[in-house]
Design a protein around this ligand. Structure first.
Ligand code: ADP
Length: 192
């Protein structure tokens, strides 16, 4: 059982690398951003309550995402392992995550931080926005706000895992395959 938190600013490439890691290790992948977008697409009550917040580039309330991840963990706790992408994004989320995993006899093994400079993040998200049509990828103002929110509320979550000796940073610049190799090396190094 391998539980990896894939971490980094918006646009750092978490989703791309998560798909490759999923295949490589034969584990599952959950992206809280994707779950939220699917709720919005299906126009559920939960989706309606989060739509405005997402379009403005704010974080949705902790309890909503904690409940989403709780549901996922209870369904997947007997699988080979999981990649958590976009969660936890605040300290209360990280604390709730430890507690919910502990309740089913699991733990986070490692947080992998993908390091990418701000200008590159903005460039990547603008490019992605042209293809994806994601509301939060369309304007530079919203993108910069998301990066700012990341700095103010999310970056501290790295310290939370570093204190537990579960943190590794990887250079997120370069070719997709190159970055993937760096991540695999970091995970395999940790496992030994
Ligand atoms: P990105 O990494 O590009 O920001 P995501 O798909 O991870 O994209 O997230 C998109 C949006 O979903 C975020 O800007 C935020 O509004 C919301 N979101 C996703 N995960 C969380 C979370 N753990 N806590 C609060 N909001 C979240």
């Amino acid at each position: 059982m391998l539980n990896i938190v894939l971490f980094g600013a918006p646009g750092c490439g978490k989703g791309t690398q998560a798909a490759k890691l999923k295949e490589h290790y034969g584990i599952d992948h959950v992206s809280t951003g994707e779950v939220i977008r699917s709720e919005i697409r299906r126009e559920t009550e939960l989706g309606k309550s989060m739509k405005e917040c997402i379009a403005q580039g704010c974080l949705v309330p902790d309890q909503l995402v904690i409940d989403i991840v709780k549901g996922y963990v209870s369904e997947h706790c007997r699988d080979n392992g999981n990649i958590f992408d976009g969660f936890p994004r605040t300290i209360p989320q990280a604390e709730a995550f430890d507690q919910m995993l502990d309740e089913v006899g699991l733990k986070v093994d490692l947080m992998v931080y993908m390091d990418v400079p701000e200008e590159e993040l903005v460039k990547r998200i603008m490019l992605r926005g042209q293809a994806s049509g994601r509301a939060d990828d369309a304007s530079e103002e919203v993108i910069r706000h998301r990066i700012d929110t990341y700095r103010k509320q999310t970056a501290v979550v790295a310290d939370y895992y570093a204190k537990q000796g579960k943190y590794v940073a990887v250079d997120g610049l370069g070719q997709v395959d190159e970055i993937f190799e760096r991540i695999v090396k970091a995970i395999d190094g940790y496992k030994k």
